[in-house]
Design a binder for this molecule. Sequence first.
Ligand code: FMN
Length: 191
Amino acid sequence: MSVEHSLDVGDVGEVWTSLVAATTERTPFTLGYLGTVASSGEPRVRAVILRAVDERRGVVAFATDSRTAKIGELSLDARAALTFYDPDRDVQLRLDGRAEIVTDTVVRREIWEGLAAGSKRLYDTPEVPGTRLADGVSDGLGTGDGAAFERFAWVRVTVDAIDAVDLSGAEHIRCRHTRGVDSWASERLVP
Ligand SMILES: Cc1cc2nc3c(=O)[nH]c(=O)nc-3n(C[C@H](O)[C@H](O)[C@H](O)COP(=O)(O)O)c2cc1C
């Protein structure tokens, strides 16, 4: 671990900067693990790409297919958790918040236009994610029925708390940052 890449997990500004960086370049924090609560009460976790971060508002966002299980789960229970891990810095970030499935077509269209063609193509299939693949069907991509944009969902998570852990040194450091009215309250925790 090089010094210039170290991250002060006690500094919420640095934590947010590291998340912003993960959306402008590929960093270990670009891939996170999203936890939701299923209607049965069971936890569900899956990988998602961190697509956007609004540091000022304390909001992170990801893209998904509107027909995925996670969208159904977040529609019923907005509580969301996201975990990121950087093996180079040995830092884990755990974000807790509330998800909003964006319905504003103008916003969705703007985000959609910024997606790479390869990402857009993922939505270009009438087959519903997570359903049984019919016999003999190939990859299910690129059927070109033109409804890809309709299937595209943009999810914002308003972060209420961040639990940040740095295990890189001899002394492990753990800090909790909690959203206040107009600033974050930070405290050191026992790791
Ligand atoms: C490296 C990687 C990145 C992924 N990124 C996303 C993503 O940004 N959005 C997404 O919906 N699914 C993404 N997935 C797929 C999900 O992990 C998951 O399999 C899929 O969305 C279905 O999840 P669900 O049934 O729980 O909704 C990614 C998977 C991998 C392995």
